[in-house]
Write a protein that binds this ligand. Structure first.
Ligand SMILES: [Zn+2]
Length: 324
């Protein structure tokens, strides 16, 4: 009985409120009265659930599970979110065929770098939060019928920056591909060279490209896939020297940031500058492939470029053709 009377009282108070607030014609007062109620509601929905992600392009709230099932692509506007390297690998290679290489290789703080935090503590922090040892995973896996050397970068590890481990793991992968007559796919995403390793980071650009030159000399295909964002030292080395350069829709691709270029050249930058679409129009990349089509497309390219060589059936034939 007491509960009922309590509810009735609150109802009575709420009923009284609209009469006190000014009429709708005075817009400011109405929005001021409404705002706190809306904020309270949306906070209650977002924080305790933690199951929704807001799409930065279309502002739709996408259910996380749906996003995962759709390879981290917005179901409403097809915006491509960053995808963890392991998730990417499982979306490309046949189940249980990926054998990781150099999984335990970790960086050493050669410069004893200390800024806001020491490099060692940064490495530990990112290793813990991402479950990765560095910003790239490399290994051999089967894509369709084709055994392929695959390197996949992960932006969530220190901005996908290239230090000595990224360079060394990729160089070893490329050398293995050359030695075993395998095609190579590297999926890049990076903010550039890793400042914590100074010159050692920059040396990785030459090292990876030298290994790629031997791979090319063996007449083996290298497909470079650029994902959002691929910039600076990575774009200026192995990411831009693929036999085919493919990008994901809307990916930002470039060397220096647009602000730096604008300040240096003192010129107005064209619309869409440094996007995958702009670079396709200007001939730097060969194709834009949506994530859901990537596996099939890479498979087609490899089949065409390898011409049966390296596949389970065609391996012997391929080696004969190359005189190996
Ligand atoms: Zn969207």
């Amino acid at each position: 009985m007491s509960t009922t009377s309590f509810t009735k009282k609150t109802l009575g108070l709420e009923m009284a409120e609209p009469a006190v607030t000014p009429p709708t014609s005075t817009g400011n007062a109405t929005t001021f009265a409404k705002k706190p109620k809306l904020r309270g509601k949306s906070k209650k929905r977002e924080i305790p659930e933690g199951l929704w992600t807001k799409c930065p392009k279309c502002s739709t709230m996408v259910f996380d599970k749906e996003l995962d099932e759709n390879l981290k692509v917005c179901t409403n506007c097809q915006h491509h979110f960053p995808i963890p390297a392991r998730h990417r690998i499982s979306s490309l290679v046949e189940p249980s065929t990926f054998a990781e290489m150099d999984a335990t290789m970790t960086s050493v703080d050669v410069l004893s770098f200390t800024g806001v935090a020491s490099y060692t503590s940064k490495l530990e922090e990112y290793q813990k939060s991402t479950g990765l040892t560095d910003a790239v995973i490399t290994g051999l896996g089967r894509l369709g019928q084709q055994l392929t050397a695959l390197g996949v970068m992960d932006f969530s590890f220190l901005g996908g920056s290239m230090g000595s481990v990224v360079g060394e793991k990729l160089a070893r992968l490329i050398e293995r591909a050359t030695a075993e007559c395998l095609p190579l796919i590297i999926i890049s995403t990076s903010g550039g060279a890793r400042m914590y390793e100074g010159m050692f980071s920059l040396m990785q650009m030459a090292k990876t490209c030298a290994a790629l030159a031997y791979h090319a000399q063996a007449r083996l295909p290298y497909l470079s896939v650029l994902t959002h964002p691929t910039t600076a030292g990575v774009m200026a080395s192995y990411a831009s020297v693929g036999d085919l350069i493919i990008a994901e829709p809307g990916a930002m691709i470039g060397f220096a940031g647009p602000r730096v270029i604008k300040d240096t050249t003192q010129a107005e930058l064209p619309a869409g500058f440094q996007t995958a679409e702009f670079l396709l129009d200007h001939g730097l990349i060969d194709a834009i492939v949506p994530r859901k089509d990537l596996k099939a497309r890479l498979n087609d390219y490899l089949n065409y470029l390898m011409n049966g060589a390296g596949s389970v059936e065609g391996e012997a034939e391929g080696r004969l053709k190359r005189g190996a």
